[in-house]
Design a protein around this ligand. Sequence first.
Ligand code: CMX
Ligand code: CO
Length: 142
Amino acid sequence: MLTRIDHIGIACFDLDKTVEFYRATYGFEVFHTEINEEQGVREAMLKINGTSDGGASYLQLLEPTREDSTVAKWLAKNGEGVHHIAFGTEDVLGDSEAIRGKGVRVLYDQPRTGSMGSQITFLHPKDCGGVLTELVTSHPEH
Ligand code: CMX
Ligand code: CO
């Protein structure tokens, strides 16, 4: 069951500059940074709220690490902006399989590693009204 907004993914050309915008404008601080080579991104997670069941919500700021990454391709076409939304679930594989059964393309057969040790998959934006949609099962610590 999808129970919350896990994060909103925002693509940018310059991660440090974008982090500074969110700090100076809203007071959001960086909770975590990492490079995900498989996804081709350097990212900063800004924690917006925490909840008692461990299901926090974040902004995920994304800068491409290589020319052929999906985010680089998207930035070249669209410029900076909202790239995807992500719903949280305790069972990313089970929920994605159920959604696949409704005729929505799921991009991965098995969940892959996302931010902070989470397990993630994506739904094709063309089957979701133009919204690239990620499903996330957080690492138990987050
Ligand atoms: N939101 C909405 N539509 C999108 C999109 C996005 N983020 N990315 C691509 N599209 C649309 C394009 O506009 C295009 O539409 P048109 O045919 O009408 O022009 C269509 O989808 C195909 O786009 P494309 O540029 O040819 O891109 P690809 O098909 O090569 O890749 C996708 C699209 C969704 C398969 C790819 O972006 C993907 O695999 N995404 C999942 C992984 C990812 O995004 N990783 C980065 C984030 C990591 C994280 O969150 O941790
Ligand atoms: Co994401």
